[in-house]
Design a protein around this ligand. Structure first.
Ligand SMILES: NC(=O)c1ccc[n+]([C@@H]2O[C@H](COP(=O)([O-])OP(=O)(O)OC[C@H]3O[C@@H](n4cnc5c(N)ncnc54)[C@H](O)[C@@H]3O)[C@@H](O)[C@H]2O)c1
Length: 104
């Protein structure tokens, strides 16, 4: 099966779940498989790192083994091409110009 490198932009509820239950993007993708999560992007890097640590300790840890935490989409675009995500799930609170530039 081919594997798609993906990034999550925003480490909050829509990407990683909240009190309402496991309806979030990451939970759905973990069921589908076929992805390699290569970046979680959030200016609140401590929050994003906590999310990644939780995922690395969970049943789908293998999907996150290549994942890095980054503070901005600009840092994603600076990743070397072989590691750069091919798709991104945007789950951040504001629409920003650099989101539109994320044409992996
Ligand atoms: N939660 C839902 O049920 C739901 C459903 C549909 C759509 N949405 C939309 O999804 C977006 C996120 O909602 P949420 O509930 O996950 O919010 P949230 O507050 O739980 O998480 C948003 C995260 O985005 C981060 N963020 C802010 N600016 C960023 C940037 N420039 N780059 C990367 N990360 C950034 C914040 O630090 C925060 O951690 C909102 O626009 C919301 O309207 C939410």
């Amino acid at each position: 099966m081919s594997v798609l490198r993906i990034a999550f932009v925003g480490s909050g509820a829509v990407n990683f779940g909240g009190a309402e239950g496991p309806w979030d993007h990451s939970a759905r993708l973990e069921q589908l498989g076929g992805v390699d999560v290569v970046a979680i992007v959030d200016p609140l890097v401590a929050k994003a790192r906590a999310v990644l640590e939780r995922k690395l300790a969970g049943p789908h840890h293998h999907l996150y083994r290549n994942c890095v935490v980054l503070a901005s989409c600009s840092e994603v675009l600076a990743m070397e091409e072989q590691r750069r995500p091919q798709a991104a799930f945007i789950g951040s609170c504001v629409s920003r110009p650099d989101h539109a530039q994320m044409c992996f």
